[in-house]
Design a protein around this ligand. Structure first.
Ligand code: NAI
Length: 252
């Protein structure tokens, strides 16, 4: 299996894309460090993982840099750290820039940008020391397009893409690859929250779906498969890349 004997840490792993990513890594033989700020959800996710590896759950708020180092250092010292997936993220209620509260903007930047920074900051010394590793950061369509009334989210996800490119440029000589996966609308609780703002959530979902050439929204497992590709040896010469996974929405 592709990730036999590898240790993989995933943030925001109690739900949606993060949870599906843990399942796929476990199916491919990895030992998975499931982390999330949501402890009951994370414990449930780790208990459901397939495979014989000794999977673990660790409570982790990605905005807490000290705790992030603690969790990564502990995992890396005991098992090594082959892959980190910085997936934890948050959205915000839709609003024009001029109506967006600064505290809301700062909250989104803390989780989506500082969280990814903290993960790379903690993982890079270990990966460099062991002579390699793969980082996959989760961006969004909003990394490459400006979404109206989602300016704070777009700001944060644009930053994730370009930060990841900088990490790739810096850490490439040490054998570390860093890539971003940029999902289109994907069926997760985060999307449900977004749609719940519409007067008619089902109508809003149908309208979104109609904009996609493949005629449907994404499934978390489809994003997970692309995360695994970027983390795998099949992508051994891919770094600094933003892989758009969106059923053709942005590129057609
Ligand atoms: P989700 O809401 O299903 O899962 C997000 C997970 O992150 C939850 O388990 C939550 O507890 C955790 N989380 C939130 N804040 C955290 C923090 N401070 N520290 C640790 N964990 C935290 O969302 P989904 O859709 O699976 O999102 C995963 C990533 O994919 C996010 O970065 C999101 O921005 C991105 N994304 C999602 C899209 C979608 O349509 N669902 C589209 C594009 C990007």
């Amino acid at each position: 299996m592709e990730f036999d004997n590898d240790t993989v840490l995933v943030t925001g792993a109690a739900s949606g894309i993060g949870r599906a990513t843990c399942e796929r890594f476990a199916e491919e033989g990895a030992q998975v460090m499931v982390t999330d700020v949501n402890t009951p959800g994370g414990e449930e996710a780790v208990a459901a993982l397939p495979g014989d590896a000794d999977h673990e759950f660790h409570e982790l708020d990605v905005t807490d840099a000290e705790r992030f180092h603690e969790v990564v250092d502990d995992a890396a010292e005991r098992h090594g750290l082959d892959v980190i997936v910085n997936n934890a993220g948050t959205g915000h209620p839709s609003s024009f820039v001029e109506d967006t509260d600064e505290s809301m903007r700062d909250f989104v930047l803390r989780v989506n940008v500082e969280g990814v920074w903290n993960g790379c900051h903690a993982a890079l010394p270990h990966m460099k020391e062991q002579g390699g590793g793969a980082i996959v950061n989760v961006g969004s369509l909003a990394s490459i397009r400006g979404l109206p009334r989602q300016a704070a989210y777009s700001l944060s996800k644009g930053a994730v893409l370009n930060f990841t490119r900088a990490v790739a440029a810096e850490a490439g000589p040490d054998g570390v690859r860093a890539n971003t996966v940029c999902p289109g609308f994907t069926d997760t609780p985060l999307l449900e929250q977004f749609l719940a703002q519409a007067d008619d959530a089902e109508e809003a979902r149908a309208k979104l779906r109609d904009d996609y050439p493949l005629g449907r929204l994404g499934e978390p497992e489809e994003i997970a498969d692309c995360i695994l590709f970027l983390a795998s040896d099949w992508a051994s010469w891919v770094t600094g890349h933003g892989l758009v996974v969106d059923g053709g929405y942005a590129t057609t």
